[in-house]
Each structure stands twice: as structure tokens, then as C-alpha cells.
Design a protein around this ligand. Structure first.
Ligand code: HEC
Ligand code: HEC
Length: 386
């Protein structure tokens, strides 16, 4: 009964947010329609080959299925493409939170040389303005000549409609006891207790949350930083980001080795070294591979990573990371819970993906280290000063 109340409250607050974002039904729906077209429009890129949907493909739950995204001229970036589903609920956009709004976010891939490669937002507007139906649709949506601000506004208006709940877990949380199987129920218990996932994937540890599965904060969970000369990267970042523009942070994050510094690129605080945004976990089964660098292929690999408390030699590792001593059947239960967060529209994709990951995990568990998972919590190194 408690779950039912939480979920109804959550749905009410989501509905209120959706209504608040569309005060003028007529023009707002014209903006959404225009944004829907622009999202799949390759002409927005410098050579007409890449659209937002190239990396956020609706058929793949608005991701690209690659570890790292590939933009124009086959250029690979440094980060994994997150889903755009439910991105409207993010407190900030990108793995490091460098964009405050969906509008601010949308302008950056258009001009990033490794993504859509336009010289400027104005150049993208010009490319689109060459097509008559866009001129007409912009005018009916905004009542004025095309410009960059309206372009990103239309895309953001469309993205705000990409709300995806309605998973088996939501039906369970609303009181339908058999909507998920026993393994997923055990996984949900573990998530909030022994596996300690709720320390970050919930707004508060004190109360179970069935809506967002994130604390909207940034943590270093031990992905990748150890292979780098951190002090050297700090110095390079201080130099290259001296101008402090959002564009320079965007280029560092997508195009350079500095990407590993994560939230540090935004705040320039040593404590934020290699900290990344806690992602919400809805539809996580169908948005593999995982983590900001796409380094993990399956949900089993993700949980193996947490189970051994990886990154314990990383001086900036979040204090909540420690060995978990999860057994194999507990790991399976956690995967079953995560799989239950798949929205109805991706149910078939989810079934295929779970079978694919399970088969892969049977022969390949590169992160599994049972001795460490069941070992003591090792001493932590002291962070050097910035
Ligand atoms: C070349 C691939 C590529 C293209 C093209 C691309 N994106 Fe992305 N997108 C990414 C990657 C990679 C990230 C994560 C980058 C980061 O966090 O530093 C991202 C992040 C985002 C986010 C933030 C989501 C979150 O949870 O923080 C949104 C929203 C988004 N993209 C929307 C768009 C829109 C709108 C367009 C078109 C204007 C677009 N993307 C074009 C690859 C791409
Ligand atoms: C200390 C905070 C913290 C804890 C504890 C934690 N997570 Fe995370 N989780 C994060 C952050 C931050 C990321 C993104 C890290 C990155 O990519 O560098 C993440 C990423 C993930 C991802 C990948 C999502 C994607 O879209 O790539 C999954 C799945 C996940 N966590 C599940 C879990 C599970 C299951 C547990 C419990 C066993 C757990 N997390 C415990 C903070 C945490």
C-alpha cells in the first residue's frame, strides 16, 4: 500500500510537470512536431550524414548500442551515449552535468567537431532554412524567422515528450504483486540493503524510491581513472579550460583524454576527479553497454564491478564503494530487478537483450573477482592535493 501511494504521487508530479511545460497547446504541439523531425534530420550535421537519432536511435531506446559514439567522418568520441528517454527529469544534462537545460544541451553536439561538426549553430540554421517546409513549420511554431534559439527549443520540446515509465516494476510498485517474478523482488530488496545501490540510485537512503533511481548527484565509482596521470591532466585542463566556456568543456569531454576527469571539468575541484552523474536506471537493460565510457558489456559486468569494490586504489573513489560479498544468485536477482525496469514499449527488445547478455555472461565475466568481493575492505590511499 505504501508503494501504491508513492507511485501515485510520482505519476501526479510527472503529469503536473508535463502540463506546466505546455502552457499553449497549439504552438507547443507545433514545436514538438518540428523537434521530432529535427531530431532525425541528418542535414543538421556538417556533411548531412549524422542526426541526433544516429546516436540516440529510438529503436535502441534512444542510444546507439556502441561503447563510444561515432560522429561525422567516423570520428569516435570519448563517451557512451545515454538514453534521451526521461532526460527531462535530469537536474543537469551530460555525464558531467555541464549543460543545465535540454536547450543548452542540444546546441553542443551540433557544433562539436566529433559529433555533427557544424561551424556554428547559425550554420545549422542556414542548412535547415534551405528547405522550404522547415521555414514554414518554424514560422507556424514560433511566428518569426528561423534562429538557433528556436531550433534548440523545438528539439528540447520534443525531448520533453520522451517520457517512459510503465514497466513491470511500476505495476508491482502500484500494488500488482505478480507483475515481477520472485528473483526481481529479491533483487529489489538487495538493491536497498546488502548491495547498497540505494546509496546513490535513490534520492535518499532513508526512504525507498520507485521513480527516478538516482540521487541526481556525481560520484567517482572507480571507472578508468587509474590508468591516467591525474596531476598532468589537471594541469592541462586548467590551461585548456582557462576561458571557462561551455564549448571548451564540451570539446574536452567528447574529444580529449581529459574526458576521464568527469565532473572536474565543470567544477575544477579535485574532489570531483572522475566523478560522473548517477544515471537513472529505467530501461537500463536495453541501453547497453554501460558506464560513461561504455566499458562494461552486460549488467553482470556492472554488478561484478561493484561487487569487488573496484577502484579502491583510486584516491578520489566515493566512500560508499566497498566489496559487497554478493553471491552468484544474488547477482542474478539484481539483474532480474534491473530488467524489470524496462518500459512496455521495449518489452520485446528487453527479452532479446536479456537473453543476449545472459549468454554472453555465461562465457565472459571479465570483472568477476570472487576473492576480492568476499575480502576485507582495503585501506584507501590519501588523495594528493590539487
Ligand atoms: C555522435 C553521436 C551523438 C550525436 C550526433 C548526438 N548525441 Fe547526444 N549524446 C551523445 C553522447 C556520447 C552523450 C554523452 C556525452 C557526455 O556526457 O559527455 C550525449 C548526451 C546527450 C544528452 C544528455 C543525456 C543525459 O542523460 O545526460 C541529451 C539530452 C542528448 N545527448 C541529446 C542529443 C540531441 C538533441 C542531439 C542532436 C542535436 C544529440 N544528442 C546528438 C552522443 C551523440
Ligand atoms: C557511490 C554511488 C553509487 C553506488 C553505491 C552505486 N552506483 Fe551505480 N552508478 C553510479 C554512478 C556515478 C554511475 C555512472 C558512473 C560512470 O559511468 O562513471 C553509475 C552507473 C550505473 C549503471 C550503468 C548505467 C548506464 O546507463 O550506463 C548501472 C547499471 C548501475 N550503476 C547499477 C548499480 C547497482 C546495481 C548498484 C548496486 C550494486 C549501484 N549501481 C551502486 C553511482 C553508484
Amino acid at each position: 500500500m505504501r508503494f501504491a501511494l508513492v507511485t501515485l504521487a510520482a505519476i501526479a508530479s510527472i503529469a503536473a510537470a508535463v502540463i506546466a511545460a505546455s502552457p499553449d497547446r497549439g504552438p507547443e504541439s507545433a514545436k514538438v512536431e518540428l523537434g521530432r523531425k529535427l531530431f532525425v534530420e541528418p542535414l543538421l550535421s556538417a556533411d548531412g550524414s549524422v542526426s541526433c537519432a544516429t546516436c540516440h536511435n529510438p529503436a535502441l531506446a534512444f542510444t546507439d548500442g556502441r561503447p563510444l559514439s561515432i560522429g561525422i567522418h567516423g570520428r569516435a568520441g570519448q563517451r557512451n551515449a545515454p538514453t534521451v528517454l526521461n532526460a527531462r527529469f535530469n537536474k543537469a544534462q551530460f555525464w558531467d552535468g555541464r549543460a543545465a537545460t535540454l536547450e543548452e544541451q542540444a546546441g553542443l553536439p551540433i557544433t562539436n567537431p566529433s559529433e555533427m561538426g557544424q561551424a556554428s549553430l547559425a550554420a545549422a540554421v542556414e542548412a535547415i532554412a534551405a528547405i522550404r517546409h522547415y521555414r514554414r513549420e518554424f514560422f507556424s511554431a514560433f511566428g518569426r524567422e528561423m534562429n538557433g534559439a528556436d531550433l534548440v527549443h523545438a528539439i528540447a520540446a520534443y525531448e520533453r515528450t520522451l517520457v517512459s515509465f510503465d514497466s513491470p516494476f511500476d505495476r508491482f510498485a502500484a500494488g500488482e504483486a505478480n507483475a515481477i517474478d520472485d528473483a526481481a523482488k529479491r533483487g529489489w530488496e538487495l538493491f536497498n540493503t546488502k548491495a547498497r545501490c540505494n546509496l546513490c540510485h535513490a534520492p535518499s537512503e532513508k526512504q525507498r524510491d520507485t521513480t527516478y533511481f538516482t540521487d541526481f548527484d556525481y560520484h567517482n565509482i572507480g571507472i578508468g581513472i587509474l590508468a591516467h596521470d591525474v596531476a598532468g591532466a589537471w594541469r592541462t585542463a586548467e590551461r585548456e579550460l582557462a576561458a571557462g566556456t561551455l564549448d571548451s568543456v564540451d570539446r574536452a569531454a567528447i574529444e580529449s583524454e581529459l574526458s576521464v576527469l568527469g565532473r572536474f571539468l565543470v567544477t575544477r575541484k579535485a574532489a570531483d576527479t572522475a566523478a560522473f552523474k548517477t544515471p537513472g536506471l529505467r530501461n537500463v537493460l536495453v541501453t547497453a553497454p554501460y558506464f560513461h565510457d561504455g566499458s562494461q558489456a552486460t549488467l553482470w559486468d556492472v554488478i561484478d564491478h561493484y561487487n569487488k569494490g573496484d577502484g579502491l586504489k583510486d584516491a578520489w573513489l566515493d566512500e560508499d564503494i566497498q566489496p559487497l560479498a554478493l553471491t552468484e544468485s544474488e547477482i542474478d536477482d539484481l539483474v532480474a530487478f534491473l530488467a524489470s525496469l524496462t518500459s512496455a514499449q521495449y518489452r520485446d527488445l528487453g527479452k532479446r537483450e536479456l537473453a543476449r547478455q545472459r549468454a554472453l555472461a555465461r562465457t565472459s565475466r571479465p570483472q568477476r573477482d570472487t576473492a576480492r568481493a568476499f575480502g576485507p575492505k582495503p585501506a584507501r590511499p590519501k588523495p594528493p592535493a590539487l
